[in-house]
Design a protein around this ligand. Sequence first.
Ligand SMILES: NC(=O)c1ccc[n+]([C@@H]2O[C@H](COP(=O)([O-])OP(=O)(O)OC[C@H]3O[C@@H](n4cnc5c(N)ncnc54)[C@H](OP(=O)(O)O)[C@@H]3O)[C@@H](O)[C@H]2O)c1
Length: 336
Amino acid sequence: MKALVVGGSGYTGGELLRLLLNHPKVSEVGATSRKHSGRYVWEVHQNLRGAYDGKFSEYKEGKVDADVVFLALPHGQSMEHAPRLVEKGVKVVDLSADYRIGDVELFEKSYVKHKSPELLERAVYGLPELFRDDIRKADLVANPGCYPTAAILSIAPLQKFKDSMDLRVIVDSKSGTSGAGATPTESLHHCEVAGNLKPYKVTGHRHQPEMEHILRRMMPGLSVSFTPTLMPVVRGILSNTHVFCDFDVVDLAEHFGDFYKGERFIRIVETATTKNVLCSNYCDISVHYDNEKDRGLFISAIDNLVKGAAGQAVQNMNLVMGYQEDEGLAELPYHP
Ligand SMILES: NC(=O)c1ccc[n+]([C@@H]2O[C@H](COP(=O)([O-])OP(=O)(O)OC[C@H]3O[C@@H](n4cnc5c(N)ncnc54)[C@H](OP(=O)(O)O)[C@@H]3O)[C@@H](O)[C@H]2O)c1
């Protein structure tokens, strides 16, 4: 099959290329860029030197010759391209936020005016562990945000307790700086980030409505209070979710294990850490309970560029194309 990465010069675009070049079912990969059109891809993504001799091209709608197109673009840009691609019969996996929130008003409150709201109902939220059957039938997959991936996977198993738990949950997450993309900014300058833990958008981050919107499908009335912090590392998200509930009656870790039984990319571990998932498509989750305080703490760790973006996008492509879900995603995390 042929795949095209639109926005191939960015961080998620580069990660998609790395994964697709090793995918057994992908015979041809193309990449577009406005800035780097005509240059070899390896000149921008130097890790791909010797592995890929393709050049960036400019995106031209009429010239798209691919079975699957990945839109690795900023929000507001994917909606410029997705409608005509879908109309053409191309399968689209969008890494931006453009089709993640099915409620146009809610989307526009956090992002921009939507240019193709008619596609919102058709788009499927691409979190395979929860919505696999719908993804298989989709032609437009909205790949989840990185923070929402980590948070939703750690909260979804609690739907069993939705009638007894306090539905106001707190999600406190830390992320590496690649989460902000490849464009340099003052706040991402080495001197600002190194040796620093920097909370930002402490209330009102745009991933919070996405978390609530998706989780409310399973747990109506759930409210998420979300605070992200920038960590002085390149990759990784660690998400701590605090939930108050009298969970005494069950073995919570066992419950999580049962909920995700057979899931190739979810591991229930003693203590989730970012290091143990880096460069892989795993989401590690650890389950903790403070009996005296009735507090559940669910820690999830992902690589924001893999399970939080490109790896999950390939997982979605596999489902849409009818391939084995883990094809091309066998990379194990590194240690130490
Ligand atoms: N980074 C992460 O960890 C992560 C995780 C989950 C989801 N996402 C989402 O994935 C998308 C891509 O993120 P990223 O981190 O890869 O961003 P990035 O590094 O900034 O890359 C964005 C790409 O889009 C292209 N681009 C920028 N503005 C454009 C425009 N107006 N029209 C067409 N192309 C444009 C750029 O290429 P040229 O300028 O060369 O054309 C670049 O290749 C974003 O929506 C982001 O929110 C990112």
